[in-house]
Ligand binder design. Structure first.
Ligand SMILES: NC(=O)c1ccc[n+]([C@@H]2O[C@H](COP(=O)([O-])OP(=O)(O)OC[C@H]3O[C@@H](n4cnc5c(N)ncnc54)[C@H](OP(=O)(O)O)[C@@H]3O)[C@@H](O)[C@H]2O)c1
Length: 280
């Protein structure tokens, strides 16, 4: 199939290019494929893709609070443009969304049909994007994921390692929970999904979940920094511009019907570090 990828230089965009090797790929980065430009509709249509994966997004969660229009431009208006492009091209659309569309009430786990209630600007912009996709083009898969990491990305793993090396000790929030997700595993799941034509909403994350504190401990251990002391703190001791959901843990209840399940996050993290170490 001809698969067009937006946001091709982001974490997921790059992982998809590694995985979708059986397909003819059209990777568009922001420079050559800015999804906020109305002309992107005709530009994408002209490539005549069979499938479009919209991996482009404004992902700076905290910055979205002070620049809401910029976040909505990419995550909502951009999603609208890509949905219109999919409709114009007659292409299937995979649109990527986030666990943050859920409120993350402590102790809650979220299934695909649970009602979203976004609690910060980034989350509201992503929820608006989902709604644009839903209303404009039925041949869509909405794939919600969480805590994505990939080589060379600006993710939690890099921040923890950098902070450990700089300060020699860490304070990490122990009452915020999520599902760490290796972009490579997510890309494999998407590769299987696009063959099904089973449109709908899916939750694809590595299986299992953890707190930021547990995640940091595992990152330090696997990166040879297990000796670095980590103090667990409460979320209110780490104030941020955006309020992240405390327990927006996703459950993948529908993927298994299609034979799509992702490995445990600890296994994914091990593979991530194995590759990081061989690349050094
Ligand atoms: N990262 C996470 O933890 C996380 C968690 C849950 C859901 N998600 C979702 O997963 C998807 C992929 O995220 P990711 O981690 O791969 O993000 P990422 O690494 O930040 O990649 C996003 C890409 O989108 C591009 N982009 C930004 N504005 C654009 C525009 N106007 N037109 C075209 N491209 C544009 C960026 O270009 P530049 O490289 O030029 O900036 C970047 O390459 C997104 O939908 C995100 O919301 C991510």
């Amino acid at each position: 199939m001809r698969v067009l990828i937006t946001g091709a230089r982001g974490q997921l965009g790059r992982a998809l290019q590694e995985v979708l090797t059986d397909h003819e790929l059209i990777p568009l980065g922001q420079e050559e494929g800015d999804i906020t430009r109305p002309s992107i509709v005709e530009r994408i249509r002209a490539f005549q893709p069979d499938v479009i994966v919209n991996a482009a997004a404004w992902t700076q969660v905290d910055a979205a609070e002070s620049q809401p229009d910029a976040a909505f431009a990419v995550n909502a208006w951009g999603a609208q443009n890509v949905a219109l492009a999919a409709r114009a091209a007659g292409a299937d659309l995979v649109h990527i969304s986030t666990n943050e569309v859920f409120p993350g009430d402590p102790g809650r786990f979220y299934r695909e049909f649970d009602p979203p209630r976004p609690g910060n600007t980034y989350a509201r912009s992503k929820w608006a994007g989902e709604q644009m996709v839903r209303s404009l083009w039925p041949r869509h898969y909405i794939v919600r994921t969480a805590w994505v990491f990939f080589h060379g990305g600006h993710h939690f793993i890099a921040k923890i390692i950098q902070a450990a090396d700089r300060h020699g000790r860490l304070r990490v929030v122990a009452d915020e929970f999520g599902n760490p997700t290796y972009a490579l595993d997510l890309a494999h799941a998407i590769a299987r999904l696009i063959r099904t034509r089973h449109y709908g909403v899916y939750h694809f994350t590595n299986s299992g979940f953890c707190s930021r504190y547990e995640y940091a401990r595992e990152i330090l251990r696997l990166s040879g920094r297990g000796h670095v002391p980590v103090v667990p703190i409460q979320h209110h001791q780490w104030p941020r511009p955006a309020t992240p959901p405390r327990h927006a843990v996703l459950l993948n209840t529908l993927g298994p019907y299609l034979g799509i399940e992702l490995p445990p996050w600890q296994d994914a993290l091990r593979r991530y570090f194995r590759r990081e170490n061989t690349q050094e």
